[in-house]
Design a binder for this molecule. Structure first.
Ligand SMILES: Cc1cc2nc3c(=O)[nH]c(=O)nc-3n(C[C@H](O)[C@H](O)[C@H](O)COP(=O)(O)OP(=O)(O)OC[C@H]3O[C@@H](n4cnc5c(N)ncnc54)[C@H](O)[C@@H]3O)c2cc1C
Length: 393
């Protein structure tokens, strides 16, 4: 089988990869584009997997990133069910899981991240779900029947969303997580404890400040043992313990890595013809003045677009300020900038711990804002953070 040539090869047909392909096509009308995705489903949006598909706000038809005709019309070769397994950076080729080799002029790495495994016995038993993909959603949804039991491990972003989604499906949910309260990496303590109370009011059994030490199959069910001595029997265990960036290909290609793939402000890796974007990219965040990797939707979209434009000839720095959103039952929020609760926080509530904005300050300047059940204020918050003016006391 001969090696096929493409001007652009994109590894990962997720949000970053698809956004890059569209941005390339806007600037380069003829260059051949190969978009390679390991999953068999046409590219889709992940946020509804733990929210809208459970509440009914979204259905399967609504989660596609583009209509199928988009790829044909734009001359983007979409290769699904094809995993890149090797990169030869010297000869500029990518080898895929079907044994096919393609040659690129410019390569984008956008394979996202893989759920972190739990370092405990029984973590790989059947029925333990490391939630990330549409297939994971389909599988979990089949299991999530009224009256069944689930243990959700993790009290961060994915764990708290999935616990809410399962509770809405009338599954008996127990959450176990080591931090003292829910979403402790984002919420100041008062807010985190208040949101956690709403989980308890909705029937979720919350074991905060505890962690699983083992999982075993006992009489057909899964038993989770915790450090504090609890034993919880359930029908399913769902793990939301963060993700690890998929750096194996980058390592093989000899790219510099710092947590993810290290890129410059134009999202170029340590090899000038290879770019990285999305959950994988460790980038210098010009707006916040430090290098970071950001695992959220808006960043994947904006970085994909920026990388795509740069692959097609521009040298545009990525200046976008990090932003993300979530919904936990009827508590929705948007966050922009540095929302680290270790910073000084100031809350402006119209209803305490429910409706209002939390500002995160450093050296007397706003670095981040969390808008709780408040909508349409993101641009104003961005402006405030970027201005960096001292806040009056
Ligand atoms: C359940 C869930 C809910 C979320 N909800 C929110 C939310 O509410 N708000 C928010 O801001 N963010 C949310 N996120 C995060 C957001 O979806 C991610 O940040 C975003 O999807 C990252 O995009 P990406 O393109 O970098 O990676 P991904 O979306 O992971 O896409 C990468 C794709 O590359 C494929 N791939 C991997 N390796 C290879 C390979 N070797 N060859 C070919 N293909 C490969 C993968 O199968 C995958 O399809 C959520 C994530 C999940 C999982």
């Amino acid at each position: 089988m001969g090696t096929q040539n493409y001007r652009y090869v994109i590894v990962g047909a997720g949000l970053a990869g698809v956004s890059a392909a569209a941005a390339i096509r806007e600037r380069d009308h003829d260059g051949t584009i190969l978009l390679m995705g390991a999953e068999k489903h046409p590219p889709y949006d992940r946020p509804p997997l733990s929210k809208g598909l459970w509440t009914g706000a979204k259905n399967m038809a609504m989660i596609s990133l583009h209509a199928p005709a988009f790829y044909d019309q734009d001359g983007i070769t979409l290769a699904l069910g094809r995993r890149a397994i090797g990169i030869d950076a010297r000869h500029k080729t990518v080898l895929d899981s079907h044994g096919r080799r393609v040659r690129y002029e410019k390569l984008l790495l956008a394979p996202g991240g893989a759920p972190r495994r739990l370092p405990i016995p029984g973590e790989d038993l059947e029925g333990v779900c490391y939630f990330r993909t549409l297939d994971d959603y389909i599988h979990l949804r089949e299991q999530a029947v009224q009256g069944r039991g689930a243990v959700v491990i993790g009290g961060g972003f994915i764990g708290s969303e999935l616990a809410a989604a399962l509770a809405l499906s009338k599954v008996d949910v127990t959450m176990v997580f080591p931090s003292p309260y829910l979403c402790s990496r984002v919420f100041p303590e008062g807010l985190g404890r208040a949101v956690q109370r709403t989980y308890v009011e909705r029937g979720v059994n919350v074991l905060a400040g505890d962690e699983p030490v083992g999982i075993a199959r006992v009489r057909g069910r899964l038993r989770v043992r915790t450090r504090a001595g609890h034993e919880i029997d359930s029908d399913m265990v769902v793990v939301g313990a963060g993700i690890a960036p998929q750096t194996a290909l980058a390592r093989e290609a000899g790219l510099i890595r710092r947590d993810g793939v290290a890129v410059d402000e134009c999202l170029r890796s340590s090899r000038k013809d290879i770019y990285a974007a999305g959950d994988l990219a460790a980038f210098p965040c010009l707006a916040l003045g430090r290098r970071l990797r950001f695992e959220h939707w808006d960043n994947a979209r904006a970085q994909g677009q920026c990388a795509g434009r740069n692959m097609a000839g521009r040298s545009e720095p990525y200046t976008h300020l990090p932003y993300f959103f979530s919904d936990l039952f009827d508590f929705g929020y948007e966050a922009v900038g540095d929302v680290d609760p270790r910073l000084e926080t100031r809350c402006e509530w119209t209803e305490e711990n429910r409706t209002g904005t939390v500002y995160y300050l450093k050296d007397g300047r706003v670095r981040g804002a969390l808008m709780c059940n408040v909508w349409g204020k993101v641009d104003a918050a961005r402006e405030l953070i970027l201005k960096g003016e001292p806040v009056r006391t």
